[in-house]
Ligand binder design. Sequence first.
Ligand SMILES: NC(=O)c1ccc[n+]([C@@H]2O[C@H](COP(=O)([O-])OP(=O)(O)OC[C@H]3O[C@@H](n4cnc5c(N)ncnc54)[C@H](O)[C@@H]3O)[C@@H](O)[C@H]2O)c1
Ligand SMILES: O=C(O)CC[C@@H](O)C(=O)O
Length: 629
Amino acid sequence: MNNTYYIIDFDSTFTKVEGLDELANIALAGSANQEKVVAQIRSLTEQGMNGEITFSEALSRRIELLKANRSHINQLVDFLYTQVSESFQRNEKFLREFSDHILIVSGGFKEFIVPIVTSMGLKEENVYANTFVFDAEDNIIGVDQDNVLAHEKGKVKLLSSLKLDGDVYAIGDGYTDYELRASGLANRFYAFTENVKREKVTANADHIVPSLDEFLYLNKLPRSQSYPKSRIKVLLLENVHSVAIEAFKREGFDVETHKGAMDEEELSEKIKGVSILGLRSKTNLTKKVLENADKLITVGAFCIGTNQIDLKTCTEKGIAVFNAPYSNTRSVVELAIGEMILLIRNVFTKSNQMHAGKWDKSANNSFEVRGKKLGLIGYGHIGTQLSVIGEALGMEVYFYDIVDKMPIGNAKKCRSLEEVLRVSDVVSMHIDGRKENTNVFGKREFEMMKDGVIFMNLARGHVVEVPALVEAIKSGKVAGAGVDVFPYEPKTNSEPFENELRGLPNVILTPHIGGSTEEAQEGIGLYVPERLLEYMNNGSTTGSVNFPEVQLPLLRDSHRLLHIHQNVPGILAKINNIFAKHHINIIGQYLKTNETIGYVIMDISKGYTNEFIQEIKDIDETIRFRMLY
Ligand SMILES: NC(=O)c1ccc[n+]([C@@H]2O[C@H](COP(=O)([O-])OP(=O)(O)OC[C@H]3O[C@@H](n4cnc5c(N)ncnc54)[C@H](O)[C@@H]3O)[C@@H](O)[C@H]2O)c1
Ligand SMILES: O=C(O)CC[C@@H](O)C(=O)O
């Protein structure tokens, strides 16, 4: 072990929160002025951390406001067990292994610090912090004034008295931590920004460390992440749900988010250096963008459709793409059912008339859906769900799909598109957005339909020729239409919507919100990051839309090599020859291929040379190589 001492701060570094602020929250729970007092305490904490008021002033003023007792401290400790910073949780092994050289030096209080840090392997005798003074009823009435840490430049005085023999590295989020470096007592100061980032502190740091992983990486210390995730960029576009953002932040990635989509030019610049990209339906991931994607490992479509992504190029470049194949299915189905009922009853026309002051109480052109024929074009996830609910409403369901599909319930499978169109009272599109489906629905298809049909497209805008639909509405062929998707859709909410369907009677237009419900977005926000993280951390490709699917066991006590190559004969033999030449023992090996690529995963024991790795990388057909440990 080296002779370096690691001086670590507690509040907002070891834990995500400030202990005293949380103690106030607990002590004042339910009291009328809780919010006000906690805000005052937080503000004093901030001023002290930024060096705007002296530490001792901040401390004594906070204690005065606190009104806490010993039982509140017990509650605080229980809470703090759940608030240890993520990167500290990940690196408990380092804390235990280096416990003789790790000192917790804090302006906080031993009463809550000791139980937390000792539970993670640190030593009580290495905790330097304040202690409370209690009265006979166990109320906190002050701070032990004999402790140097209760006073100005307390950390500096404390460290100077310890006379540590060796290098000293200080890690913390506050100005008092930086003071150790300024005084010359610490060789380096690492500003820890996983929980809070303070300009005045980071400006003075030798290094800014967004996580403990980064600190351990910089100092070549044992760590749980082979390469710190804080160095891996995640770019999330189109307002993906906050649970997704949290999932990546929790793992320690460097996450950037954007509310809207990006056009080709903007994304071509932004993609540089990004390893994980998240998008929805409005961002086109084109060949040109992918040419600039120098670090891209994986892409998550936070939606069902992946037609906006050049999957072929992604595959050729060894970029694994994932989507959320059913998280918003129910939402689309509910919207389709709602629109169908409103359209067949002519509700929008009546509602518009009412807004214009016209009362037209009549049954003309208003029908029930019960007993009507529902024609579904595309019988995938959405089509089949709609089939079930349509039948429950008393409709007869007919469907057409290019793939032979099992009918659900009493639905009738049709052999051709025409067969469905000729019989249906309501036609609903649920085919996917592949290129070949462009304009599959035009004048000819509308002409095949019954007069007065209701038509809905909640699939993709480019599958229907809009002028043909407009004509069919104007001629009365189509009595009502629900359209959620358009060949061109605005990139952001501030861009105006232009389309020939605007202003037509009994036409419901919605801004591509079939899948936009809180439930669906949260579901997608949980599902997609799980797939992406599984791939990043473990190599598993379950649910990938362009990679061979492999579900891998967790990595234990071995190193995992992931080799993506062009799918030509003989690659596995080449790999195995290199293993044999270097006498490397394979613990586990998995191979899956698709038409374009092969994906080999090899778990090996830790003894191998850089030459061995280089030879694997140098195989001619290699597209991408990654190592996990
Ligand atoms: N409006 C929205 O917000 C929203 C939300 C979710 C999905 N969608 C769209 O809805 C589409 C359908 O979603 P899904 O989850 O049911 O997809 P899915 O892949 O499960 O089903 C699509 C079905 O269409 C069939 N198909 C493809 N081309 C066809 C054609 N030309 N004629 C007949 N059948 C054809 C396929 O064989 C498949 O069974 C998605 O691809 C997506 O584009 C829109
Ligand atoms: O939310 C989106 O952007 C797209 C929704 C939908 O079209 C999908 O493909 O899932």
